[in-house]
Design a protein around this ligand. Structure first.
Ligand SMILES: *Cc1c(COP(=O)(O)O)cnc(C)c1O
Length: 356
C-alpha cells in the first residue's frame, strides 16, 4: 500500500458546535478517501483531504445496483482529554466480511485502521465533551464505476467521514416503543442480512415508516421465512431477559453481527448470568409476558448503545413495560458500557484503542 497522502486544510477558526446535535447532520473538516481500480492494481491514492462534495457519473453503479457497504463506530473524549475508540478493529473486520459478501474488494485492515485513527487525530477538536456525546465515524465503500450493465464493479471508492453526535435519544436514556411486523421482511438466510449494506436498510424503510405512523420508534424484524422468530430491531440487535436467562437471537446469516451485541454478551458472562444465543420465537416472548417469566427487552447498537423497550406491539397484542423507567439490566449495561467508553472504569478486556 502506498503512503498516506495529506491535503490538509488549516481550520480557520475554533470549532463551534450547535447546542443540539441532530444525529449525523454535521461533519468535520476532513475525510479519508481511497480509490480502487482493478486495472491500476487495487487500492490507490489514500488521502486525508478536506470534506466536500464528490463528483460521480450518473451511471455510477452504486446508484443502480446498490453495491455498497458501510460501518459505524464512535470516538469518545475522556475526562483526561484522551480520545478512545471502541473495538475499531472489529468494525474493520466486519467491513471486510461485508465486502466479501457484496463482491467488493477487501481493504488492508491495519492500513485503514491507521488512516482512520489519523483522521480522528486531525479532527479531534470536533469531539464534543458533554455527557453522552461522541464522534460518530462512518466508513463507506461504494461502486464508483460508470456502467449500466449488471456485473460486479471494477472501480470503488472508500470514504471515512466523521460526525459529532449527542445522545441518540435527545430525551435521555428513556425506554422506546417497538413494533413487530409480519407484513414485510428485512432479510432472509443466505441473503445479505449479515452484511452492513444499504439494501437491508432500503428493505426496511416501509416497515419503519408504518411503525412511525403508529407511534413506534423501531421495527422488530422477524425471520424471513416463517415470521416466527425474532431477528433484530432497526439498527440494533435484540436481547430478551427471562427470569433465569438472558438471550439473544443466534446469528443465522440474516442478522447483523453487532459489536455492541458481542460486547454485551461478554459483559453478561463477566457478571455470571446465564447467557444464551438461540432461536427465540415471538410466541415464547408473548407467553413469557403472560406468565411473568419475561422481565425486560432491550436493543444494542453503536448509535444508541442500549435501548430499553417500553412496549412491544404485534397485530392486536401488546406487551407493556414501563414507559418512563428503563429496565434494570438495560440500565446496568448502559452504565457499564458508557463507563468503559469514557474511561471511568477499567477497560478489562482491552476494548479501547487510544488516538495518540
Ligand atoms: C450496525 C447494525 C447493528 C448494530 O451493530 P453495532 O456494531 O453494535 O453497532 C445492528 N443491526 C443492524 C441492521 C445494523 O446495521
Amino acid at each position: 500500500m502506498a503512503e498516506l497522502n495529506y491535503e490538509i486544510m488549516e481550520r480557520e477558526s475554533k470549532v463551534v458546535l450547535p447546542e443540539k446535535l441532530v444525529f449525523g447532520k454535521i461533519y468535520t473538516d476532513h475525510v479519508f478517501e481511497m480509490d480502487f481500480d482493478e486495472d491500476l492494481g487495487g487500492w490507490y491514492n489514500p488521502t486525508i483531504k478536506k470534506f466536500g462534495n464528490i463528483e460521480l457519473s450518473p451511471a455510477a453503479m452504486v446508484f443502480h445496483y446498490g453495491q455498497t457497504i458501510f460501518e459505524g463506530l464512535k470516538a469518545y473524549k475522556q475526562d483526561s482529554g484522551k480520545v478512545a475508540l471502541f473495538r475499531p478493529e472489529k468494525n474493520i473486520e466486519r467491513l471486510n466480511n461485508s465486502a466479501k459478501r457484496m463482491c467488493i474488494p477487501t481493504i488492508d485492515p491495519e492500513f485503514v485502521l491507521n488512516a482512520l485513527i489519523e483522521l480522528v487525530r486531525i479532527d479531534k477538536d470536533w469531539i464534543p465533551t458533554k455527557p453522552g456525546h461522541s464522534l460518530y465515524i462512518r466508513p463507506v465503500i461504494f461502486a464508483s464505476e460508470p456502467l449500466l450493465g449488471v456485473r460486479s464493479a471494477e472501480k470503488f471508492k472508500l470514504i471515512i467521514m466523521l460526525s459529532p453526535v449527542g445522545p441518540y435519544y435527545p430525551e435521555g436514556f428513556k425506554p422506546v416503543p417497538i413494533y413487530a411486523t409480519d407484513k414485510y421482511v428485512r432479510a432472509v438466510r443466505k441473503g445479505i442480512g449479515e452484511a452492513k449494506t444499504a439494501g437491508n436498510y432500503a428493505a426496511s424503510m416501509m416497515g419503519q415508516y408504518e411503525a412511525k405512523k403508529e407511534g413506534y420508534s423501531q421495527v422488530l424484524w422477524l425471520d424471513g421465512i416463517e415470521q416466527k422468530y425474532l431477528e433484530e430491531v432497526g439498527a440494533m440487535n435484540i436481547f430478551v431477559r427471562f427470569k433465569d436467562e438472558v438471550t439473544t437471537p443466534m446469528l443465522t446469516g440474516s442478522i447483523l453481527p453487532g459489536i455492541t451485541r458481542m460486547s454485551v454478551l461478554q459483559i453478561l458472562k463477566d457478571w455470571k448470568l446465564n447467557v444464551t444465543e438461540r432461536m427465540i420465537s415471538l410466541q415464547e416472548v408473548m407467553d413469557g409476558y403472560k406468565s411473568g417469566n419475561l422481565i425486560e427487552l432491550f436493543g444494542t447498537g453503536t448509535a444508541a448503545i442500549i435501548s430499553s423497550v417500553s412496549r412491544l406491539k404485534f397485530n392486536d397484542q401488546l406487551l407493556q413495560f414501563s414507559e418512563t423507567e428503563p429496565g434494570e439490566l438495560s440500565t446496568k449495561l448502559y452504565n457499564e458500557l458508557t463507563n468503559i467508553y469514557y474511561g471511568k472504569i477499567e477497560d478489562r478486556h482491552n476494548w479501547l484503542t487510544y488516538v495518540d
